[in-house]
Design a binder for this molecule. Structure first.
Ligand code: LIP
Length: 278
Protein backbone atom coordinates (compact mmCIF):
# COMPACT_ATOMS: atom_id res chain seq x y z
CA UNK A 1 0.00 0.00 0.00
CA UNK A 2 1.00 3.65 -0.21
CA UNK A 3 3.15 5.04 2.53
CA UNK A 4 1.65 7.86 4.58
CA UNK A 5 4.20 10.35 5.89
CA UNK A 6 2.20 10.72 9.07
CA UNK A 7 2.53 7.00 9.73
CA UNK A 8 6.27 7.17 9.11
CA UNK A 9 6.42 9.97 11.66
CA UNK A 10 4.60 7.83 14.23
CA UNK A 11 7.12 5.02 13.74
CA UNK A 12 10.04 7.47 13.93
CA UNK A 13 8.59 8.79 17.20
CA UNK A 14 8.15 5.31 18.64
CA UNK A 15 11.70 4.39 17.55
CA UNK A 16 13.02 7.47 19.39
CA UNK A 17 11.06 6.46 22.49
CA UNK A 18 12.74 3.06 22.43
CA UNK A 19 16.14 4.71 22.18
CA UNK A 20 15.11 7.03 25.01
CA UNK A 21 14.44 4.01 27.23
CA UNK A 22 17.91 2.63 26.55
CA UNK A 23 19.45 5.99 27.42
CA UNK A 24 17.31 6.40 30.54
CA UNK A 25 18.47 3.03 31.83
CA UNK A 26 22.10 3.98 31.24
CA UNK A 27 22.04 7.68 32.08
CA UNK A 28 22.67 7.40 35.78
CA UNK A 29 25.24 4.62 35.61
CA UNK A 30 28.97 4.85 34.85
CA UNK A 31 29.70 4.95 31.11
CA UNK A 32 31.82 2.53 29.19
CA UNK A 33 33.58 4.78 26.73
CA UNK A 34 35.45 3.76 23.61
CA UNK A 35 37.43 6.34 21.66
CA UNK A 36 36.81 6.49 17.93
CA UNK A 37 39.46 9.18 17.86
CA UNK A 38 41.18 11.33 20.50
CA UNK A 39 37.97 13.12 21.46
CA UNK A 40 35.44 11.22 19.34
CA UNK A 41 33.61 9.16 21.89
CA UNK A 42 31.26 6.24 21.58
CA UNK A 43 29.61 4.56 24.52
CA UNK A 44 28.07 1.14 24.91
CA UNK A 45 24.78 3.02 25.07
CA UNK A 46 25.20 4.49 21.55
CA UNK A 47 25.51 0.97 20.22
CA UNK A 48 22.63 -0.41 22.26
CA UNK A 49 20.34 2.48 21.40
CA UNK A 50 21.04 2.13 17.68
CA UNK A 51 20.32 -1.60 17.78
CA UNK A 52 16.99 -1.04 19.50
CA UNK A 53 15.97 1.94 17.33
CA UNK A 54 16.85 0.44 13.97
CA UNK A 55 15.73 -3.04 15.02
CA UNK A 56 12.29 -1.58 15.64
CA UNK A 57 12.28 0.20 12.27
CA UNK A 58 13.35 -2.94 10.43
CA UNK A 59 10.64 -4.92 12.16
CA UNK A 60 8.05 -2.40 10.91
CA UNK A 61 9.57 -1.89 7.44
CA UNK A 62 11.70 -4.90 6.53
CA UNK A 63 11.96 -3.70 2.93
CA UNK A 64 13.34 -0.22 3.76
CA UNK A 65 16.97 0.80 4.03
CA UNK A 66 18.46 1.96 7.34
CA UNK A 67 21.59 3.95 8.11
CA UNK A 68 23.03 4.33 11.59
CA UNK A 69 25.96 6.30 12.96
CA UNK A 70 27.46 3.19 14.46
CA UNK A 71 26.43 0.45 12.04
CA UNK A 72 26.43 2.15 8.63
CA UNK A 73 24.02 1.12 5.86
CA UNK A 74 21.83 -1.91 6.51
CA UNK A 75 18.61 -3.39 5.20
CA UNK A 76 17.43 -2.84 1.64
CA UNK A 77 19.82 -0.29 0.14
CA UNK A 78 17.73 -0.23 -3.06
CA UNK A 79 14.57 0.94 -1.31
CA UNK A 80 13.03 4.39 -1.94
CA UNK A 81 13.04 4.82 1.83
CA UNK A 82 16.07 5.32 4.02
CA UNK A 83 15.80 5.62 7.80
CA UNK A 84 18.70 7.50 9.34
CA UNK A 85 19.41 7.20 13.03
CA UNK A 86 21.69 8.97 15.44
CA UNK A 87 21.35 6.79 18.54
CA UNK A 88 22.86 9.50 20.73
CA UNK A 89 23.35 12.90 19.19
CA UNK A 90 25.62 14.71 21.61
CA UNK A 91 27.63 11.72 22.79
CA UNK A 92 30.16 13.92 24.55
CA UNK A 93 27.38 15.70 26.43
CA UNK A 94 25.85 12.35 27.35
CA UNK A 95 29.20 11.08 28.59
CA UNK A 96 29.33 14.01 31.01
CA UNK A 97 25.59 13.94 31.83
CA UNK A 98 25.53 17.46 30.37
CA UNK A 99 22.30 18.16 28.49
CA UNK A 100 21.16 18.37 25.80
CA UNK A 101 21.57 15.07 24.06
CA UNK A 102 19.07 13.27 21.91
CA UNK A 103 17.97 10.37 19.77
CA UNK A 104 17.29 11.38 16.18
CA UNK A 105 15.42 9.39 13.54
CA UNK A 106 14.80 10.81 10.06
CA UNK A 107 13.18 9.17 7.05
CA UNK A 108 14.12 10.01 3.47
CA UNK A 109 12.02 9.20 0.41
CA UNK A 110 14.34 9.18 -2.59
CA UNK A 111 16.71 11.45 -0.70
CA UNK A 112 14.09 13.93 0.53
CA UNK A 113 13.23 14.11 4.24
CA UNK A 114 9.57 13.17 4.72
CA UNK A 115 9.28 12.30 8.42
CA UNK A 116 11.37 12.60 11.52
CA UNK A 117 11.55 12.69 15.29
CA UNK A 118 14.06 13.98 17.82
CA UNK A 119 13.77 13.27 21.52
CA UNK A 120 15.74 15.77 23.58
CA UNK A 121 17.00 15.01 27.08
CA UNK A 122 16.95 17.87 29.57
CA UNK A 123 17.18 17.96 33.35
CA UNK A 124 19.93 16.38 35.37
CA UNK A 125 21.13 13.13 36.83
CA UNK A 126 18.36 11.23 38.56
CA UNK A 127 15.76 13.58 37.05
CA UNK A 128 15.86 13.38 33.27
CA UNK A 129 12.91 14.62 31.32
CA UNK A 130 12.42 14.67 27.60
CA UNK A 131 10.82 16.71 24.85
CA UNK A 132 9.66 15.09 21.64
CA UNK A 133 9.91 16.98 18.35
CA UNK A 134 8.21 15.45 15.34
CA UNK A 135 7.45 16.47 11.77
CA UNK A 136 6.12 15.03 8.56
CA UNK A 137 6.22 16.47 5.08
CA UNK A 138 3.30 18.77 4.46
CA UNK A 139 1.97 18.25 7.98
CA UNK A 140 4.00 20.63 10.16
CA UNK A 141 6.31 20.36 13.12
CA UNK A 142 5.26 19.45 16.66
CA UNK A 143 6.74 19.71 20.14
CA UNK A 144 5.13 17.16 22.45
CA UNK A 145 2.22 17.07 20.03
CA UNK A 146 1.65 20.82 19.82
CA UNK A 147 2.32 22.57 16.54
CA UNK A 148 5.35 24.87 16.63
CA UNK A 149 6.91 27.34 14.24
CA UNK A 150 10.13 29.25 13.74
CA UNK A 151 10.66 32.74 15.17
CA UNK A 152 9.88 35.86 13.16
CA UNK A 153 13.07 37.76 14.08
CA UNK A 154 14.59 39.43 11.05
CA UNK A 155 17.49 41.26 12.67
CA UNK A 156 20.72 39.41 13.39
CA UNK A 157 21.42 41.98 16.07
CA UNK A 158 18.44 40.78 18.07
CA UNK A 159 18.92 37.11 17.36
CA UNK A 160 20.12 34.18 19.39
CA UNK A 161 22.21 31.91 17.19
CA UNK A 162 23.64 28.41 17.59
CA UNK A 163 26.59 26.66 16.04
CA UNK A 164 28.61 23.50 16.48
CA UNK A 165 32.13 22.56 15.51
CA UNK A 166 34.42 19.62 15.20
CA UNK A 167 36.14 18.52 18.38
CA UNK A 168 38.66 16.43 16.53
CA UNK A 169 39.72 18.07 13.26
CA UNK A 170 41.05 21.55 13.91
CA UNK A 171 41.94 22.23 10.29
CA UNK A 172 40.98 24.99 7.91
CA UNK A 173 37.19 24.52 8.04
CA UNK A 174 37.37 24.72 11.82
CA UNK A 175 39.34 27.97 11.63
CA UNK A 176 36.78 29.43 9.21
CA UNK A 177 34.03 28.51 11.61
CA UNK A 178 35.86 30.25 14.44
CA UNK A 179 35.93 33.37 12.26
CA UNK A 180 32.17 33.05 11.81
CA UNK A 181 31.71 32.40 15.50
CA UNK A 182 33.56 35.62 16.26
CA UNK A 183 31.73 37.60 13.60
CA UNK A 184 28.27 36.54 14.72
CA UNK A 185 29.10 36.80 18.40
CA UNK A 186 29.84 40.48 17.75
CA UNK A 187 26.77 41.03 15.58
CA UNK A 188 24.08 39.09 17.46
CA UNK A 189 22.86 38.67 21.03
CA UNK A 190 25.01 35.59 21.27
CA UNK A 191 26.10 32.33 19.70
CA UNK A 192 25.53 29.13 21.65
CA UNK A 193 27.25 25.78 21.17
CA UNK A 194 25.08 23.05 22.65
CA UNK A 195 26.89 19.93 21.44
CA UNK A 196 23.90 18.23 19.80
CA UNK A 197 23.07 19.22 16.25
CA UNK A 198 19.65 17.55 16.13
CA UNK A 199 18.62 19.51 19.21
CA UNK A 200 20.01 22.74 17.76
CA UNK A 201 17.81 22.33 14.71
CA UNK A 202 14.81 21.46 16.89
CA UNK A 203 15.41 24.69 18.80
CA UNK A 204 15.36 26.71 15.58
CA UNK A 205 12.19 24.87 14.56
CA UNK A 206 10.33 25.76 17.74
CA UNK A 207 11.53 29.36 17.67
CA UNK A 208 13.68 29.51 20.83
CA UNK A 209 16.74 30.11 18.66
CA UNK A 210 16.74 32.02 15.38
CA UNK A 211 19.40 30.26 13.29
CA UNK A 212 21.99 27.49 13.43
CA UNK A 213 24.97 26.62 11.29
CA UNK A 214 27.57 23.88 11.25
CA UNK A 215 30.07 22.35 8.85
CA UNK A 216 31.24 18.80 8.33
CA UNK A 217 28.62 16.93 10.29
CA UNK A 218 26.96 13.78 9.11
CA UNK A 219 23.56 12.84 7.69
CA UNK A 220 22.46 11.23 10.98
CA UNK A 221 23.03 14.52 12.81
CA UNK A 222 20.66 16.43 10.51
CA UNK A 223 18.25 13.95 8.88
CA UNK A 224 15.38 14.62 11.28
CA UNK A 225 16.34 18.19 12.19
CA UNK A 226 16.19 19.33 8.57
CA UNK A 227 12.53 18.43 8.31
CA UNK A 228 11.71 19.92 11.73
CA UNK A 229 13.06 23.26 10.50
CA UNK A 230 11.38 23.30 7.11
CA UNK A 231 8.03 22.05 8.43
CA UNK A 232 8.16 24.75 11.11
CA UNK A 233 8.43 27.34 8.34
CA UNK A 234 12.20 27.79 8.35
CA UNK A 235 14.78 27.64 5.58
CA UNK A 236 17.79 25.39 5.26
CA UNK A 237 20.58 25.59 2.70
CA UNK A 238 24.19 24.58 2.55
CA UNK A 239 26.34 27.42 3.90
CA UNK A 240 27.44 28.29 0.36
CA UNK A 241 23.77 28.82 -0.49
CA UNK A 242 23.47 25.71 -2.62
CA UNK A 243 20.48 23.42 -2.39
CA UNK A 244 20.45 21.43 0.80
CA UNK A 245 20.49 17.71 1.29
CA UNK A 246 21.03 15.81 4.52
CA UNK A 247 24.32 14.72 2.93
CA UNK A 248 25.46 18.34 2.41
CA UNK A 249 28.86 19.23 3.83
CA UNK A 250 27.48 22.26 5.67
CA UNK A 251 24.17 23.51 6.97
CA UNK A 252 22.56 26.86 7.61
CA UNK A 253 19.11 26.53 9.16
CA UNK A 254 17.23 29.70 9.96
CA UNK A 255 13.78 31.04 10.55
CA UNK A 256 13.95 32.09 6.89
CA UNK A 257 14.05 35.80 7.65
CA UNK A 258 17.72 35.72 8.69
CA UNK A 259 18.93 33.80 5.68
CA UNK A 260 19.44 36.82 3.46
CA UNK A 261 21.75 38.54 5.94
CA UNK A 262 23.60 35.47 7.22
CA UNK A 263 24.08 33.35 4.14
CA UNK A 264 26.26 35.78 2.12
CA UNK A 265 28.66 36.09 5.06
CA UNK A 266 28.88 32.31 5.35
CA UNK A 267 29.39 32.03 1.61
CA UNK A 268 32.26 34.49 1.72
CA UNK A 269 33.86 32.72 4.69
CA UNK A 270 33.82 29.24 3.20
CA UNK A 271 34.37 30.15 -0.45
CA UNK A 272 37.90 28.74 -0.69
CA UNK A 273 36.92 25.64 1.25
CA UNK A 274 34.25 24.81 -1.27
CA UNK A 275 36.62 25.56 -4.14
CA UNK A 276 39.10 23.17 -2.56
CA UNK A 277 36.48 20.44 -2.15
CA UNK A 278 36.13 20.61 1.63
C1 LIP B 1 27.84 15.84 17.47
C2 LIP B 1 27.03 16.97 16.86
C3 LIP B 1 27.56 18.27 17.37
C4 LIP B 1 28.90 18.45 16.75
C5 LIP B 1 29.83 17.36 17.27
C6 LIP B 1 29.26 15.97 17.02
P1 LIP B 1 27.47 13.17 17.85
O1 LIP B 1 27.27 14.59 17.09
O2 LIP B 1 25.70 16.88 17.09
O3 LIP B 1 26.75 19.37 17.04
O4 LIP B 1 29.37 19.74 16.97
O5 LIP B 1 31.10 17.49 16.67
O6 LIP B 1 29.40 15.60 15.67
O7 LIP B 1 28.76 12.63 17.27
O8 LIP B 1 27.57 13.43 19.30
O9 LIP B 1 26.31 12.34 17.46
Amino acid sequence: GSVEYKDLMAIAEEACRRGEQVIREAADKPREITHKGAADLVTDTDQKSEKVVLGFVQEKFPDHGVLGEEGGIMGNAGSDYLWICDPIDGTTNFTHSYPPFAVSVGVLENGTPVAGAVVEFAGSQGNWHTRMYTAYKGGGCFLDGRKVSVSSEDSVQQSLLITGFDQVEHGEPWAKNMDLFKHFTDKSRGVRRSGAAAVDMAHVACGIADAYWEMRIKAWDVAAGTLLVTEAGGTITAMDGSEHSVFSRSHLASNGKLHKSMQPIMQEAIKELVDNGN
